[in-house]
Ligand binder design. Structure first.
Ligand code: PEP
Ligand code: MN
Length: 345
């Protein structure tokens, strides 16, 4: 349920209204936009009579949100959410570039890649330490030791870091991590989603499962948000279809769809979406042009010898070229873009 307030609503009466909601176990979520102020209600609203709320002086209207996702819904929070990722903002016009290897392999590897991607303009460093691999015989990541190396590269370069959490029992190792990635394979691991929702305030980069609909992706974001962590960034990385030319099938048309449905930022991962290093550049550029709030690209200093996802990894030189093109698109867009939520009723 959302409560739209009158334009010149008396602040004392608004406080009374939020206190009333809280007394009914509803968490009010005030969102002040240019056009209107909205109170989103999180919790069981079935026992609240909307006509009673609507009768209040400060209230313009009360609307039930029909969609099953509430906190993630654009109606609930008309303006774009801006997520602070260790000092780097993503969303609401702020564009994030996350780059780095699929997996952390050594101190030298992660540091040299971190320096290269930083020089090319990346704003965050990625690197997996706990890897979800299809084969139990494949490299599983360096675990705690890999995280130590990633954190050392963060200290050396100043880049905030993004890395995947597969099991909540490892959360204590993530204190110096800036963004927790929940991978495609864990998008519907509801216990993990509840735990990062309830016990972490860190931004969560939530990847789209290879077999989920957009609504299921949003419902997974809702799990995290309903449990207390509203810092969610969605990541499109393609899904499994009958097409075999690329590793996955990425529908870039979903980016404007998501921007209509949700206020959460949307990042595109062209590396897992395509599976081939030479396909990453055009898809990264297209994702930027269609309005993604960021991109995540796998970069390796020696792709043929990468322990994971070498075929889709750009070299630092390729990444630098992509960055030049992405920057050019961003500059062109900057002249024409307005706040997405500003015109939302
Ligand atoms: C990754 O980012 O390296 C990864 C495993 O991605 P996904 O979960 O999208 O397959
Ligand atoms: Mn990978």
């Amino acid at each position: 349920m959302i409560i739209v307030l009158k334009k010149d609503a008396d602040p004392v009466q608004v406080t009374n209204l939020t206190a009333l909601l809280e007394s009914k176990n509803i968490k009010p979520h005030i969102s002040t936009g240019e056009m209107q102020t909205v109170i989103g209600c999180v919790g069981d609203v079935t026992h609240i009579d909307p006509t009673l709320i609507e009768a209040l002086d400060v209230v313009e209207s009360v609307q039930r949100i029909q969609e099953p996702y509430k906190a993630a819904n654009r109606k609930f929070h008309p303006l774009d959410s801006v997520i602070d990722c260790g000092g780097v903002k993503i969303g609401g016009g702020a564009f994030g570039v996350i780059a780095g290897p699929c997996s952390v392999e050594s101190d030298e590897q992660i540091l040299s890649i971190a320096q290269a991607v930083k020089a090319a303009g990346a704003s965050l460093l990625r690197g997996g330490a706990f890897k979800p691999r299809t084969s139990p015989y494949a490299f599983q990541g360096l675990g705690a030791e890999g995280l130590r190396m990633l954190i050392a590269a963060k200290k050396e370069t100043g880049l905030p870091i993004v890395t995947e959490l597969m099991d909540f029992k490892n959360i204590d190792l993530f204190n110096d991590v800036d963004v927790i990635q929940i991978g495609a394979r864990n998008m519907q691991n509801y216990n993990l989603l509840k735990e990062v929702g309830a016990h972490s305030k860190k931004p969560i980069l939530l990847k789209h499962s290879m077999s989920a609909t957009v609504q299921e992706h949003l419902m997974s974001a809702e799990y995290i948000m309903a449990n207390g962590n509203e810092n969610v960034i969605l990541c499109e990385r393609g899904i499994r279809t009958f097409e075999t030319m690329l590793r996955n099938t990425l529908d870039l048309g979903l980016i404007p769809v998501l921007h209509r449905l949700t206020h959460l930022p949307v990042v595109v991962d062209p590396s897992h979406a395509t599976g081939y290093a030479n396909m990453v550049d055009p898809v990264a550029v297209a994702a930027t042009a269609i309005g993604a709030d960021g991109i995540m690209i796998e970069v390796h200093n020696d792709p043929p010898h990468a322990r994971c996802d070498g075929v889709q990894s750009q070299t630092p030189a390729m990444f630098a070229e992509t960055m030049t093109r992405v920057r050019a698109i961003r500059e062109t867009l900057a002249d024409t873009q307005t706040q997405r939520g500003a015109s939302c009723a």
